[in-house]
Design a protein around this ligand. Structure first.
Ligand code: IPE
Ligand code: IPE
Ligand code: MG
Length: 242
Protein backbone atom coordinates (compact mmCIF):
# COMPACT_ATOMS: atom_id res chain seq x y z
CA UNK A 1 0.00 0.00 0.00
CA UNK A 2 0.91 3.63 -0.39
CA UNK A 3 3.26 4.48 2.45
CA UNK A 4 3.89 8.01 1.18
CA UNK A 5 1.46 10.89 1.41
CA UNK A 6 -1.55 8.72 2.20
CA UNK A 7 -0.56 5.86 4.47
CA UNK A 8 -3.17 3.31 5.49
CA UNK A 9 -2.35 2.45 9.05
CA UNK A 10 -5.68 1.88 10.70
CA UNK A 11 -8.75 0.13 9.33
CA UNK A 12 -11.96 -0.02 11.36
CA UNK A 13 -14.84 -2.32 10.48
CA UNK A 14 -18.54 -2.32 11.37
CA UNK A 15 -19.13 -6.05 10.99
CA UNK A 16 -22.79 -6.06 10.06
CA UNK A 17 -25.19 -8.54 8.48
CA UNK A 18 -24.73 -11.75 10.50
CA UNK A 19 -28.44 -12.03 11.23
CA UNK A 20 -29.48 -11.50 7.61
CA UNK A 21 -26.87 -14.02 6.44
CA UNK A 22 -28.45 -16.67 8.68
CA UNK A 23 -32.06 -15.72 7.92
CA UNK A 24 -31.37 -15.97 4.18
CA UNK A 25 -30.34 -19.58 4.79
CA UNK A 26 -33.31 -20.39 7.02
CA UNK A 27 -30.99 -20.61 10.03
CA UNK A 28 -31.29 -19.03 13.47
CA UNK A 29 -29.51 -15.66 13.82
CA UNK A 30 -26.83 -17.12 16.10
CA UNK A 31 -25.58 -19.25 13.23
CA UNK A 32 -24.81 -15.99 11.47
CA UNK A 33 -22.69 -14.95 14.44
CA UNK A 34 -20.81 -18.27 14.26
CA UNK A 35 -20.08 -17.65 10.58
CA UNK A 36 -19.18 -14.05 11.47
CA UNK A 37 -16.56 -15.31 13.93
CA UNK A 38 -14.89 -17.23 11.08
CA UNK A 39 -14.81 -14.02 9.06
CA UNK A 40 -13.09 -12.28 12.00
CA UNK A 41 -10.34 -14.93 11.96
CA UNK A 42 -9.92 -14.54 8.20
CA UNK A 43 -9.74 -10.76 8.32
CA UNK A 44 -7.30 -10.61 11.24
CA UNK A 45 -5.00 -13.00 9.41
CA UNK A 46 -5.37 -11.02 6.16
CA UNK A 47 -4.60 -7.78 8.00
CA UNK A 48 -1.30 -9.25 9.19
CA UNK A 49 -0.48 -10.42 5.68
CA UNK A 50 -1.33 -7.00 4.25
CA UNK A 51 0.87 -5.27 6.82
CA UNK A 52 -1.86 -3.19 8.43
CA UNK A 53 -0.73 -1.68 11.71
CA UNK A 54 -4.14 -1.39 13.36
CA UNK A 55 -7.51 -3.08 12.95
CA UNK A 56 -10.51 -2.10 15.05
CA UNK A 57 -13.59 -4.31 14.96
CA UNK A 58 -17.04 -3.27 16.16
CA UNK A 59 -18.10 -6.51 17.82
CA UNK A 60 -20.78 -5.45 20.32
CA UNK A 61 -22.33 -2.03 20.58
CA UNK A 62 -23.71 -0.27 23.63
CA UNK A 63 -27.14 -0.55 22.01
CA UNK A 64 -26.69 -4.26 21.19
CA UNK A 65 -27.14 -4.79 24.94
CA UNK A 66 -30.88 -4.42 24.24
CA UNK A 67 -30.97 -7.56 22.07
CA UNK A 68 -32.60 -10.79 23.32
CA UNK A 69 -30.69 -12.36 26.22
CA UNK A 70 -30.00 -15.63 24.38
CA UNK A 71 -28.43 -13.81 21.42
CA UNK A 72 -26.21 -11.76 23.76
CA UNK A 73 -25.23 -14.93 25.63
CA UNK A 74 -24.18 -16.58 22.38
CA UNK A 75 -22.19 -13.52 21.30
CA UNK A 76 -20.34 -13.53 24.64
CA UNK A 77 -19.69 -17.25 24.28
CA UNK A 78 -18.29 -16.71 20.78
CA UNK A 79 -16.12 -13.89 22.03
CA UNK A 80 -14.63 -16.05 24.77
CA UNK A 81 -14.07 -18.86 22.30
CA UNK A 82 -12.39 -16.49 19.83
CA UNK A 83 -10.05 -15.16 22.49
CA UNK A 84 -9.17 -18.65 23.73
CA UNK A 85 -8.67 -20.22 20.31
CA UNK A 86 -6.86 -17.34 18.69
CA UNK A 87 -4.36 -16.52 21.43
CA UNK A 88 -1.58 -18.80 20.07
CA UNK A 89 -2.02 -17.38 16.56
CA UNK A 90 -2.05 -13.82 17.89
CA UNK A 91 1.16 -14.48 19.81
CA UNK A 92 2.79 -16.13 16.78
CA UNK A 93 1.78 -13.28 14.45
CA UNK A 94 2.73 -10.39 16.74
CA UNK A 95 -0.86 -9.30 17.28
CA UNK A 96 -1.52 -7.07 20.25
CA UNK A 97 -5.10 -7.39 21.49
CA UNK A 98 -6.92 -4.45 23.03
CA UNK A 99 -10.50 -3.62 23.90
CA UNK A 100 -12.47 -0.38 23.98
CA UNK A 101 -15.90 0.25 25.44
CA UNK A 102 -17.61 0.10 28.80
CA UNK A 103 -16.02 -3.23 29.56
CA UNK A 104 -17.41 -3.36 33.10
CA UNK A 105 -20.80 -4.00 31.46
CA UNK A 106 -19.56 -7.34 30.09
CA UNK A 107 -19.85 -10.62 32.02
CA UNK A 108 -17.01 -10.93 34.55
CA UNK A 109 -15.67 -14.14 32.96
CA UNK A 110 -15.39 -12.43 29.57
CA UNK A 111 -13.57 -9.46 31.10
CA UNK A 112 -11.16 -11.80 32.90
CA UNK A 113 -10.21 -13.75 29.79
CA UNK A 114 -9.96 -10.53 27.81
CA UNK A 115 -7.63 -8.94 30.36
CA UNK A 116 -5.50 -12.07 30.46
CA UNK A 117 -4.98 -12.15 26.70
CA UNK A 118 -4.52 -8.37 26.52
CA UNK A 119 -1.67 -8.74 29.03
CA UNK A 120 -0.18 -11.79 27.26
CA UNK A 121 -0.17 -10.10 23.83
CA UNK A 122 0.95 -6.68 25.09
CA UNK A 123 4.31 -7.00 23.35
CA UNK A 124 2.84 -7.72 19.90
CA UNK A 125 4.29 -5.19 17.48
CA UNK A 126 2.88 -6.16 14.12
CA UNK A 127 -0.86 -5.50 14.37
CA UNK A 128 -2.91 -3.82 17.08
CA UNK A 129 -6.28 -5.57 17.10
CA UNK A 130 -8.85 -3.56 19.02
CA UNK A 131 -12.24 -5.03 19.81
CA UNK A 132 -15.04 -2.55 20.48
CA UNK A 133 -17.22 -4.18 23.13
CA UNK A 134 -20.18 -2.62 24.92
CA UNK A 135 -18.88 0.29 22.91
CA UNK A 136 -20.69 3.47 21.98
CA UNK A 137 -19.13 6.59 20.51
CA UNK A 138 -21.37 8.91 22.51
CA UNK A 139 -20.69 6.93 25.68
CA UNK A 140 -16.95 7.24 25.02
CA UNK A 141 -17.27 11.02 24.64
CA UNK A 142 -19.36 11.25 27.82
CA UNK A 143 -16.79 9.16 29.72
CA UNK A 144 -14.01 11.45 28.47
CA UNK A 145 -15.95 14.56 29.53
CA UNK A 146 -16.52 13.05 32.96
CA UNK A 147 -12.82 12.35 33.42
CA UNK A 148 -11.91 15.88 32.41
CA UNK A 149 -14.52 17.30 34.78
CA UNK A 150 -12.98 15.26 37.61
CA UNK A 151 -9.53 16.61 36.75
CA UNK A 152 -10.87 20.16 36.77
CA UNK A 153 -12.52 19.49 40.11
CA UNK A 154 -9.24 18.18 41.53
CA UNK A 155 -7.48 21.25 40.18
CA UNK A 156 -5.10 19.34 37.90
CA UNK A 157 -6.62 20.83 34.72
CA UNK A 158 -7.89 24.35 34.06
CA UNK A 159 -10.98 24.59 31.77
CA UNK A 160 -9.13 26.83 29.31
CA UNK A 161 -6.50 24.10 28.85
CA UNK A 162 -9.11 21.79 27.33
CA UNK A 163 -8.57 21.50 23.59
CA UNK A 164 -8.97 18.69 21.04
CA UNK A 165 -5.66 17.11 21.97
CA UNK A 166 -6.35 17.05 25.71
CA UNK A 167 -9.89 15.79 25.11
CA UNK A 168 -8.63 13.01 22.81
CA UNK A 169 -6.24 11.90 25.54
CA UNK A 170 -9.22 10.88 27.68
CA UNK A 171 -10.65 8.51 25.06
CA UNK A 172 -10.49 4.73 25.56
CA UNK A 173 -7.38 4.17 23.39
CA UNK A 174 -5.73 7.59 23.11
CA UNK A 175 -2.54 6.28 21.53
CA UNK A 176 -4.36 4.64 18.60
CA UNK A 177 -4.32 6.82 15.46
CA UNK A 178 -7.70 7.79 13.99
CA UNK A 179 -8.97 5.20 11.50
CA UNK A 180 -7.97 6.02 7.92
CA UNK A 181 -10.61 3.74 6.46
CA UNK A 182 -13.95 2.64 7.93
CA UNK A 183 -15.61 -0.34 6.28
CA UNK A 184 -19.24 -1.26 6.87
CA UNK A 185 -20.65 -4.49 5.52
CA UNK A 186 -24.29 -5.33 4.68
CA UNK A 187 -24.96 -2.10 2.81
CA UNK A 188 -26.17 0.01 5.73
CA UNK A 189 -25.02 3.60 5.41
CA UNK A 190 -24.70 4.73 9.00
CA UNK A 191 -22.15 4.83 11.80
CA UNK A 192 -24.38 3.24 14.45
CA UNK A 193 -22.49 5.02 17.24
CA UNK A 194 -19.03 3.78 16.20
CA UNK A 195 -15.89 5.90 16.74
CA UNK A 196 -17.77 9.20 16.46
CA UNK A 197 -14.86 11.35 17.64
CA UNK A 198 -12.15 9.46 15.77
CA UNK A 199 -13.85 9.20 12.37
CA UNK A 200 -14.25 12.92 11.65
CA UNK A 201 -12.05 12.61 8.53
CA UNK A 202 -12.07 8.87 8.02
CA UNK A 203 -12.76 7.56 4.52
CA UNK A 204 -16.01 5.55 4.51
CA UNK A 205 -16.49 2.39 2.47
CA UNK A 206 -19.78 0.49 2.39
CA UNK A 207 -20.03 -2.92 0.76
CA UNK A 208 -23.28 -4.86 0.24
CA UNK A 209 -21.49 -8.07 1.29
CA UNK A 210 -22.77 -9.50 4.56
CA UNK A 211 -20.07 -9.86 7.21
CA UNK A 212 -19.88 -13.70 7.15
CA UNK A 213 -19.10 -13.49 3.40
CA UNK A 214 -16.34 -10.87 3.79
CA UNK A 215 -12.96 -12.16 2.59
CA UNK A 216 -9.36 -11.06 2.20
CA UNK A 217 -10.20 -10.10 -1.41
CA UNK A 218 -12.93 -7.74 -0.12
CA UNK A 219 -10.44 -6.15 2.28
CA UNK A 220 -7.98 -5.68 -0.57
CA UNK A 221 -10.75 -4.12 -2.69
CA UNK A 222 -11.60 -1.67 0.12
CA UNK A 223 -7.93 -0.78 0.50
CA UNK A 224 -7.62 -0.21 -3.25
CA UNK A 225 -10.65 2.10 -3.15
CA UNK A 226 -9.01 3.99 -0.26
CA UNK A 227 -5.95 4.40 -2.43
CA UNK A 228 -8.07 6.08 -5.11
CA UNK A 229 -9.57 8.60 -2.69
CA UNK A 230 -8.25 12.09 -2.22
CA UNK A 231 -8.17 13.09 1.43
CA UNK A 232 -8.49 16.84 1.65
CA UNK A 233 -9.15 17.47 5.37
CA UNK A 234 -11.06 20.61 4.46
CA UNK A 235 -8.28 22.01 2.33
CA UNK A 236 -8.31 22.33 -1.45
CA UNK A 237 -7.26 19.56 -3.82
CA UNK A 238 -3.49 19.11 -4.00
CA UNK A 239 -3.62 19.56 -7.80
CA UNK A 240 -4.98 23.11 -7.36
CA UNK A 241 -2.64 24.25 -4.62
CA UNK A 242 0.50 26.08 -5.73
C1 IPE B 1 -23.65 -7.79 13.24
O1 IPE B 1 -24.67 -8.51 12.65
C2 IPE B 1 -23.17 -8.42 14.52
C3 IPE B 1 -23.56 -7.67 15.73
C4 IPE B 1 -24.23 -6.57 15.76
C5 IPE B 1 -23.13 -8.23 16.99
P1 IPE B 1 -26.18 -8.29 13.05
O2 IPE B 1 -26.53 -9.22 14.17
O3 IPE B 1 -26.47 -6.86 13.31
O4 IPE B 1 -26.89 -8.78 11.71
P2 IPE B 1 -28.12 -8.08 10.98
O5 IPE B 1 -27.79 -6.65 10.79
O6 IPE B 1 -29.31 -8.28 11.87
O7 IPE B 1 -28.23 -8.81 9.69
C1 IPE C 1 -23.61 -2.10 14.53
O1 IPE C 1 -24.52 -2.94 13.92
C2 IPE C 1 -22.96 -2.78 15.70
C3 IPE C 1 -22.02 -3.85 15.37
C4 IPE C 1 -21.69 -4.26 14.17
C5 IPE C 1 -21.39 -4.48 16.51
P1 IPE C 1 -26.06 -2.95 14.31
O2 IPE C 1 -26.70 -4.02 13.51
O3 IPE C 1 -26.20 -3.05 15.78
O4 IPE C 1 -26.53 -1.51 13.86
P2 IPE C 1 -27.94 -0.97 13.41
O5 IPE C 1 -28.93 -1.34 14.47
O6 IPE C 1 -28.27 -1.60 12.09
O7 IPE C 1 -27.76 0.51 13.25
MG1 MG D 1 -27.03 -5.32 12.11
Amino acid sequence: MDEGQKPLRHVAIIMDGNGRWATARGLPRVMGHHAGAQAVRRVVEASCELNLRALTLYAFSWENRDRPADEIQELMHLLEEFIRRETPTMLANGVRLRAIGRLDELPATVVESLQRVIARTAHGERLTLTLALSYGGRQEIVDAARRLAQQVQRGTVRPEQIDEALFAQQLYAPDLPDPDLLIRTSGEQRLSNFLLWQSSYTELYVTPKLWPDFTKADLIEAMAEYDRRERRFGRIAAAHAD
